[in-house]
Every structure is written in C-alpha cells, then in structure tokens.
Design a protein around this ligand. Structure first.
Ligand SMILES: *Cc1c(COP(=O)(O)O)cnc(C)c1O
Length: 443
C-alpha cells in the first residue's frame, strides 16, 4: 500500500537549498527566523493539503464519508480556511473553535460540536451559527440541550457519544475509549438516552466514539466499528430506530522519531472499510455514513518550530545542555507526556552529528526539556534549531507561562511566507490586566 504523509517526520517540501540551509515550502528557514524572529511556528501548506488528499484518496471507494478535522490539534483562521477548501468539516470543542472556523468561512453544516461539559452559551452559539451536529456526551447535556431546543422552537441534530470499552496502547492521558473514561455514555446507558430522546426536540442520527490518540494499531478501529454497528442494529430491533451515521473519531498516529511507525491513511482506510463491510453483513444493517475526525495526523507533519540556540552548560562529567528561546510554553508535550521530537540545525543540516546534547527550554521548570540526548553537529549560539512535527498540540496548548509572548505562526507555500498568527507583544500580555482605582495612587 502507498505511503501517506503522516508517515514522514519532515514536511513534504523539506530540502536543503543552494545556501546549504534547510528550506520548507520553498522558504529558507534561516531567513524566516531572521525575518519573523524565533520561536516561530511554520506551517507548510503543501504538506497540509497532501495529508487531506491522502485521506480523501484512501476513502474514495466509500461514498458516504464525512471527513472532519479535529480543530483542537491546531485552530487558526488560516489553517481552517485551507482545510475547509479541501472539503473537510470540523470537529470543535468550544465556542472559541466554533467562532474561529465560522470566521474562516467553514460550511457550518459540516461542523460537529463535541465535549463533555459544553456550556449553555456555547450550545446557544452552536445553534445560532447552524452547527450541523452536536455530539451529546451525557444525561445532563441531553436535558440541557433539549430545553434550549424547545425554547428556540428548534429540532437539534445530534449524535450520542459513547464509550465503547476499547483499550488502545497509547499514553494513559490520551486514551479515551476505555470504560472508566470521563467521556460519553456507557454502553449500558444508551437505551435510557434513546428513550429520553424519543419525545424530545432532539433528532438522533447515530453514534460517536473516539478511542484515543497517536494510535499505531489498526485492529482497534475494526473492534470499534463492530461495536458501533452492533448498537445500531440493536437499537433498530428494539426501538425500530433507523440510525444511519457512525462517527469513529480520530487518533491516527504520526512519526515523531525514527522509531515511530504509524500506519498509512491507506492502511487505516482499508481496515475501517473492511471492518465496516464485515459488520454491515454480520448485523444486517444498511451502509451508514461514516464520520472521521482526525486532528494530529492532519496537521502535525505540516508544522515545524524554529528556535534560536542561546546559552549552554556542561555539567561536569554529565550532560551538555543547550537552551533555546522557547520550550514548554510553546510545546508542552515533552514535559506533559515525555513526548519525543526530531530536530536539526537549519543552518547546517548536512553536517555530520558530532555530539549528543540536551535541548532545554527557557522556562522556569526543571522539566522544561524539549529534546533529551539528541545528536547534532557542533551546536553554537545563534544557530537556528528546527524541530519537526510540531503542527499538532503545540500552538493549541501554548501558554503565557513566565509571562512570555506566544510565538508567531507563518504559512509557507511556493517560496512565499505569510504571517497567519501574529507574535504577541508586551502590550498584548497586559491588555487584559486591570488595576483597580484604589491601587493607582501607589503607581
Ligand atoms: C482529540 C479528538 C480527536 C482527534 O484526535 P487525534 O488523535 O488528534 O486525531 C477526534 N475526536 C475526538 C472526540 C477527540 O477528542
């Protein structure tokens, strides 16, 4: 089966140019660092579109597929506009994500609102902006949403988020489908939910599950589909309820380091479609529409982060540390999940590695280590470090820890670079601060 973009560490356009520098999207990364400053998030449009194409090709043999991008991996107006232009809808989890994709021009009928504690204001915004599906997570939300739908004299289209009870081998914090999870209805609670929905202002279309993230085994999808289709058949038999949608979530993994071997979108599609056909036959149901909502595998490989190397420290008889001008506030994953990354020095990408160093962040936590024990050619102060595969869950989890401005983001394509998220300024940092009048005399 062909490879797909999520199986590569580097963006598809990544090469070494005539200057001997690394380039992405036809843009010299050292020049980008000079022009826009560092840390800098860089998103390669060609890689992003190539992943979207992989997914579309991989599922092209099945007519009823709704591709959605899970916005939480990276949500900005420009990236949303690119993804929407590929025909994708969006899985969103907050008013902020709903508003961002709306302002980016997304087709709101292709948006699904998901989350385990949506607020009244967020649900109202979803109804007002015409979000296509709401994935209801629990009984509290079921009655809340029904009240809102009644007050607006509307029928609201929903899925039920369920917990299929599947364990997948990934980090505990990013597993979501096992039984003791904070997300979704337990399988034994589905009937009660369905009975509630029967005389409500909610229209149930199908079931939704999501089993985890950074998944490398394909078998879990087959198991998940079997459970979803089994439930569809059971509900039809018990309530004569014809549900024709299943949402199988996201989760496909990416390649952060050489030892990560994620399956391709083609392998995943093969397993999903075979599993689907098998389950359709086994339970005798009509072929449903399937929703997919990958996040990480859509955006991760398209993103790299540029940093400038600063101070260094040799621990006597120990490690050599090099510090960069960013760290856990722009990429929380290493300190949160012990996540590993691959990096090269963008101004000497072809020099032989000569030593092992540890890349430390600049933030006031000992755990703020970006990459432990990486082999690099002689690092020097001022070098530009390019960390690969930072598109997902970096910017979207960024903070202002230590009161540091969040980095800028540029979109590169065909040798052109455009700012898509401005770097925060010092005034941005204090723009929400208020000093009460009674304190002002002291200033
Ligand atoms: C996080 C999440 C996704 C996306 O997961 P990835 O691993 O980024 O593909 C999809 N659906 C739901 C419900 C999620 O919570």
């Amino acid at each position: 089966m062909p490879n797909s973009t999520n199986q590569f560490i580097r963006p598809v356009t990544c090469t070494v140019n005539n200057q001997g520098n690394l380039e992405v999207g036809g843009c010299d990364l050292v020049e980008l660092a000079q022009k826009y400053g560092t840390p800098l998030y860089v998103v390669d449009e060609a890689t992003l579109r190539s992943v979207c194409m992989d997914y579309k090709c991989a599922f092209s043999s099945y007519e009823k597929v709704n591709m959605m991008y899970a916005s939480k991996a990276l949500c900005s107006m420009a990236t949303s506009a690119v993804i929407a232009s590929e025909g994708f809808g969006f899985d969103v989890v907050s008013a902020g994500e709903i508003y961002t994709v709306y302002k980016a021009g997304a087709d709101m009928s292709k948006v699904l609102f998901n989350g385990n504690n949506k607020s009244v204001d967020e649900l109202l915004l979803a109804l007002e902006l015409g979000v296509g599906r709401i994935s209801v997570d629990n009984f509290f939300e079921l009655s809340l949403l029904n009240e809102l739908a009644k007050s607006k004299n509307k029928t609201v289209d929903i899925l039920l988020r369920i917990t299929p009870g599947i364990e997948c081998h990934t980090h505990e914090y990013i597993q979501t489908g096992h039984l003791d999870s904070k997300f979704g209805f337990d399988l034994t609670q589905i009937d009660e939910a369905v009975e509630y929905i029967q005389d409500s202002n909610l229209k149930l279309h199908g079931l939704h599950a999501h089993i985890g993230s950074q998944i490398f085994e394909t078998k879990v999808y087959e198991d998940e589909i079997d459970i979803l289709i089994r439930e569809l058949a059971r509900l039809d038999e018990k309530y004569s309820l014809k549900l024709d949608e299943i949402n199988i979530g996201g989760g496909l993994g990416v390649k952060y380091t050489d030892s990560d071997l994620p399956p391709s979108t083609y392998e995943i599609a093969d397993v999903i479609l075979k599993g689907l056909n098998k389950a359709i036959e086994k339970y005798g149901v009509d072929a449903p529409t399937i929703f997919l909502e990958p996040g990480r595998s859509i955006i991760s490989t398209a993103g790299v982060t540029l940093y400038t190397l600063g101070s260094s420290k040799q621990v006597p008889n120990g490690r050599k540390y090099f510090a960069v001008d960013g760290g856990m506030a722009d990429n929380a994953r290493p300190s949160m999940y012990q996540a590993q990354y691959t990096a090269v020095i963008a101004n000497k990408p072809e020099e032989k590695a000569s030593q092992t160093v540890t890349i430390a962040g600049r933030f006031c936590e000992s755990g703020d280590i970006l990459i432990k024990d990486i082999s690099l050619p002689e690092p020097e102060e001022g070098d530009v470090l390019c960390v690969f595969n930072t598109g997902a869950y970096n910017y979207s989890m960024a903070s202002n820890y230590n009161r540091v401005e969040k980095p800028a983001m540029v979109l590169v394509n065909n040798s052109q670079s455009d700012i898509i998220v401005k770097r925060e300024s010092l005034d941005d940092l204090i723009s929400h601060d208020v000093i009460p009048d009674r304190l002002k005399t002291n200033v």
